[in-house]
Design a protein around this ligand. Structure first.
Ligand SMILES: Cc1cc2nc3c(=O)[nH]c(=O)nc-3n(C[C@H](O)[C@H](O)[C@H](O)COP(=O)(O)O)c2cc1C
Length: 227
């Protein structure tokens, strides 16, 4: 099977995708979702990522059809617990979250007890998310990797039977683009790349100097404390 491996092969289409890729907001996606064959391809791409120690420290949950609505009830209940005075309209919006697209894949990071640093195991789950997004794009679907509030909500975590060390690395929303999204600002490489390694820490992160270096959105990962 070694002949089937790809480690260096000219692929201009892939470069084009990497340089022009764009997430598609949920409101711009609709039916159809991936066929069973396409879904399997997306999941296999997600499982084929750099993973120090061959630990497979992640797992995936697919939400399609009725499961999206059932999970919507979990989201609505969880939101009502956070906001007891929530309006009926807001609750119904929460209930409909997963029905915005035909397929949502949750990527769960579950670090193993290992000599491999937990941080590296978590990073691997991020690679799984991005591989799935790219695979979906290459099959003609739009994708959006989000966490939103419910990735961090204790009641939602309990419904997913997550353990203390688990994190939702992402909910990957996948569907057929109804229209193209607009471009968003992209970083200027000259502000990110520095070949002066001794001074790179002080000089390299130009964006931090503009006050954009650290975004706090009210959530924090377990065990992760912003300075
Ligand atoms: C771990 C992670 C979580 C994210 N969560 C959200 C989110 O909750 N809401 C959101 O609008 N974008 C979220 N994003 C950003 C989108 O995935 C997407 O990258 C962003 O909209 C920019 O679009 P682009 O992928 O075309 O650059 C998240 C990205 C990452 C890596």
């Amino acid at each position: 099977m070694t002949d089937d491996l790809i480690y260096a092969r000219k692929n201009p289409d892939l470069i084009d995708t990497l340089l022009k890729r764009r997430s598609v907001p949920m409101r711009l996606m609709g039916d159809p979702g991936p066929s069973p064959t396409d879904l399997e391809t997306i999941l296999r791409a997600g499982a084929r990522v750099p993973d120090h120690g061959k630990l497979f420290p992640w797992w995936f949950i697919t939400f399609q059809d009725q499961a999206r609505e059932d999970f919507g009830d979990v989201l609505a209940d969880a939101w009502a617990k956070r906001e007891p005075r929530v309006t009926h309209e807001k609750l119904e919006d929460e209930r409909k979250r997963f029905t915005r697209v035909p397929l949502v894949i949750a990527v769960i990071s579950r670090p193993r007890t290992s000599t491999i640093p937990v941080w590296e195991q978590i990073l691997s789950s991020g690679a799984a998310c991005q591989n799935m997004c790219l695979a979906a794009n290459a099959l003609g679907y739009g994708a959006n990797w989000v966490t939103e509030w419910y990735a961090f909500d204790d009641n939602v975590r309990a419904a997913l039977k997550l353990e203390a060390q688990d994190h939702v690395a992402g909910f990957i929303y996948i569907g057929t683009p109804l229209t193209g999204p607009e471009e968003r600002p992209r970083p200027d490489l000259s502000k990110l790349v520095n070949n002066d390694w001794q001074n790179a820490s002080a000089r390299g992160d130009e964006y931090a100097k503009n006050g954009l270096g650290y975004a706090v959105n009210g959530f924090s990962l377990a065990g992760f404390k912003p300075e």
